[in-house]
Design a protein around this ligand. Sequence first.
Ligand SMILES: [Fe+2]
Length: 171
Amino acid sequence: MRHRKEHTKSEQPQPNIGVDLIRIHRAVTRGLAVSLETCTAFAKGGFPDTVSAEGFWWYCNGLEAVALAHHVSEDELFFPCLRERLPDQDFDGLSADHEVMHVILGEMQAAREASSLTAMSAALAIPFLFYNLEDDDRTHFMSVMPPQVTQELVPFVWKDIWAPMKPFLLD
Ligand SMILES: [Fe+2]
């Protein structure tokens, strides 16, 4: 009779907040690159159709939600802790970069509030993170989420909200 191997505490993957932060940065970096590239193309040639315009709108909203939440977590939580351990690093410079981005994100927020298009930010932000990450990064990120999010909310309950972003997401 085979016995299923039980994981001991030391064999379980240990949380690594540094790697998790790098992972989030990958999603935000891709989001910024796709947004910039798409803005440039749409500015030159106009929106190809209303579906693309709407999808891009939601993609930018997903980016806004993720970037703002990420910056707040860094400014208020991570940077104060890291300052003690890495006193020579320029965290003030990073926070100043955030402030510059927040002006743009604030303009996006104002545009959203002035429009008739609104959506629950989690229903955009979580799929935005999942599908701006590749392979192992996505697998890991999904594995630390509650199954209700990965198996119910994203694929079914929230699907109609985030589906218009699909042309800008990874498969
Ligand atoms: Fe960051």
